[in-house]
Ligand binder design. Sequence first.
Ligand code: UDP
Length: 237
Amino acid sequence: MQKKYELYRGKVKTLYSTNDPDLLVIEFRDAVSALDGKRIEYFKRKGLINNKLNYFIMSMLEKSGISTHVQSLYSHNEVVVKNLDMIPLECVIRNRSAGSLVQRLGVVEGRVLDPPIFEIFLKNDSKHDPLVNESHCQTLNLVDMNHLVCMRGLSFKINDFLYRLFDSLDLILVDFKLEFGLFDGKVVLGDEFSPDSARLWDRDTLNKMDKDIYRCGLPGLIDAYEDLADRLGVILD
Ligand code: UDP
C-alpha cells in the first residue's frame, strides 16, 4: 500500500489517499488547536505521541470487539485507516462535568455524572458545532436513526471499556468525543481517540493530562501526553 495525494488538511491532521480506494493515511501533525482553530501552535513530538496513543487505544478497542477504522501504523506520525463514509456528528460521553457542559448548565466542574451523559453535536465549524438532540437528527435527516442507535450503543460500550482501563492507571476519564462512519454499511469508529479529544485527570491530584492544559494556557502539554503514554505502556520511539 502506498500513500498518494493530500485529500484534506485539517487543523492538526492531514488525510491522504492511497493506491487502495478502501484505505487512507492520516498524518498527525505537530500542532494543537483551540477555539475552533483560531489558536494553533506547534509542539515538537505531538504528532508522534498522538499517533501512537490513538493506535494503541484503537487496537485495544478492536480487541474488545469494537470495529474501528485503524489498520496499521504507517510511520511514526501516520496511520493507515479504512476509508469510511463519515457521519457528520460528534458523539460525546461525559462521566464528570467539565467544559461546555459546565458553561451551558452551570453544573460545578468535576461532578460525577451517573449515569454518564450522551450528547450529539453537529459537525459544522461555521456554526461552532451546535448541540443537537435525537429529534433534530430525525426531522432534519442528519443521520439514519438506526445508525444513531448504533453510535449511541457503541459510545457507551467504548466508555465502559475505557473508563475501566484509565481507572486501572489512576486516571479519571472525564469526557471524550467520538466520530463514526460507515464501511460496507456498518457503523465503524473513525477519527481518533487521544488526549486532544478526551479529558483525563490524575485521580489523586486531579491534574489535567489532556488538551485543557493548552486551552488554559498552562505549561507541560507534551510532558503530560508522555506521562499518559508511559502509564499505558505505549512505546514512543
Ligand atoms: N471535543 C473534541 N472536539 C470538539 C469538541 C469537543 O474533541 O470539536 C472533546 C473535548 O476535548 C472534550 C469533549 O469532547 O473531551 C467534550 O467537549 P466539550 O463539549 O466540553 O467542549 P470544549 O469545552 O472542550 O470545547
